[in-house]
Design a protein around this ligand. Structure first.
Ligand SMILES: Cc1cc2nc3c(=O)[nH]c(=O)nc-3n(C[C@H](O)[C@H](O)[C@H](O)COP(=O)(O)OP(=O)(O)OC[C@H]3O[C@@H](n4cnc5c(N)ncnc54)[C@H](O)[C@@H]3O)c2cc1C
Length: 399
């Protein structure tokens, strides 16, 4: 793909996975990251077998194994009574069915595992403190510029710069970032002192009108990652900003006492207003292509935004390796292979958001369905999601 490394804007889940997937195929890349240090907010991430299968191929899963939580089920509770409505089996059930496990991790641990695997590759460079502001096409490649005027030259630019992507804004300046009407607050609580049903090896999901709570063990079970999602009319400024414990607790009035007691153990919370923009008309332009949240933000009610970013990395790296000198064709193929799957996940996530927050008779009907239908049968509805093992090109890749 002409001379010079592949330039990747952003060293988040998508950027690190893509750099690594390229390196394993012998393709040099340079990650240009805005942050001065690769720190991560105290929060967790759930990784389905579709993401874990890629992390296994990338040599990341082994590093993650001792740090990750290994939930044996997703337990769904009625938020007000605390009654368990259903149990979706994970553990051995999912590993045997899909050939890869379901893991839950602290984001710092996922990042460390990715960086550990990256360390073995000298042709993958990470430049921190470099905020991409624009680029110039030279005909044979690109010169990417930072806000402080520094420059890097490469063959193509991949925008892996997340929801607030600068690269996307250059390609589609008028595309709206529509607010979803929901706010997420996240924290991590030590397991010691938390009640048994919060500290156990399971993901818990608590449902109530206008709010739900998700928790799962991280850091080899020493901590519990918690996400509280509430309906909120207007978005807050900032991304991952502090939010007070009292403000979070005030949104959970009506939840079962043991959930409230557990939530009161949290010291610090960070908040993210959630966005659900319409699909982009295209994910690429000339020598520039978007991946992960930059291309397709996904509401977190299916815990798959990071998973789709990791899948993107697997597919795009395989396509680049196949046709290194034809960026336009590579990017068109990438979008063809990925768009419908990502859209299906976006739709399913949006639907979950509505179902989780139902009230009145609709909530009663939901709870009844969850109580009656066997969890293992209901899980089969997600075979299309968890059973993914590379887009066509990924399966024949060299990695
Ligand atoms: C509350 C919540 C819970 C979630 N839970 C899950 C879950 O359980 N499982 C799951 O799979 N997904 C989950 N997600 C979604 C997941 O976090 C995202 O989909 C994922 O982080 C996207 O990865 P990314 O690399 O595309 O973007 P990001 O992780 O946002 O990374 C973008 C990177 O680009 C950098 N950057 C930004 N602008 C520039 C610039 N101009 N120049 C250089 N660098 C730049 C940023 O600093 C950052 O490092 C959740 C999201 C939220 C909000």
């Amino acid at each position: 793909m002409t001379s010079g490394p592949v330039l990747i804007a952003g060293a988040g889940v998508a950027g690190l996975s893509l750099g690594l997937a390229l390196a394993r195929r012998g393709i040099a890349s340079r990650l240009l990251e805005r942050r001065a240090e690769l720190s991560q907010a105290g929060a967790g991430i759930q990784l389905g077998p579709n993401a874990m299968v890629v992390l296994q191929r990338l040599g990341v899963a082994a590093h993650l194994e001792s740090l990750a939580g290994k939930p044996d089920a997703i337990d769904v509770y009625d938020g007000a009574s605390g009654r368990r409505l259903t149990r979706f089996p994970l553990g051995q059930h999912i590993e045997q069915r899909f050939g890869a496990p379901y893991r839950v991790a602290h984001r710092t641990d996922l990042q460390s595992a990715l960086l550990e695997a990256i360390r073995a590759h000298t042709d993958l460079e990470i430049i921190t403190g470099f905020e991409v502001s624009g680029w110039q096409d030279t005909g044979a490649g690109l010169i990417v510029t930072a806000t402080d005027g520094r420059k890097h030259e490469g063959s193509i630019l991949i925008g892996a710069d997340g929801l607030w992507s600068t690269v996307r804004r250059h390609i589609h300046p008028d595309h709206p970032l529509t607010y979803s009407g929901k706010l997420a607050a996240r924290t991590v609580i030590p397991s010691a002192g938390a009640g048994e049903r919060f500290a156990r090896a399971a993901t818990g999901v608590w449902l109530a009108p206008d709010a739900h709570v998700v928790h799962y063990p991280v850091r080899a079970g020493r901590d519990i990652a918690v996400v509280v999602i509430v309906d909120e009319v207007t978005p807050r400024e900032g991304w991952g900003r502090d939010i007070s414990s009292t403000s979070v607790q005030a949104r959970l009035i009506g939840f079962a006492p043991d959930l409230l007691e557990f939530i009161s153990l949290a010291q610090d919370w960070h908040a993210w207003s959630l966005y659900d923009p319409p699909p982009l008309p295209s994910w690429s332009s000339d020598r520039v292509c978007l991946v992960g949240d930059a291309a397709h933000p996904i509401l977190p009610f299916f815990a798959q935004g990071g998973g789709m970013a990791i899948e993107d990395a697997d597919t795009l790296a395989a396509l680049i390796a196949q046709s290194p000198d034809a960026p336009a064709g590579v990017f068109a193929n990438f979008e063809n292979l990925r768009r419908s799957r990502v859209q299906r996940v976006q739709d399913a996530s949006r639907d979950n958001g509505k179902t989780f927050h139902l009230s009145g008779p609709m909530a009663i009907a939901r709870n009844l369905t969850l109580t009656i239908a066997p969890g293992s049968l209901m899980m089969r509805r997600y075979d299309w999601l968890y059973g993914w093992n590379g887009d066509a090109v990924g399966r024949v890749s060299k990695a």
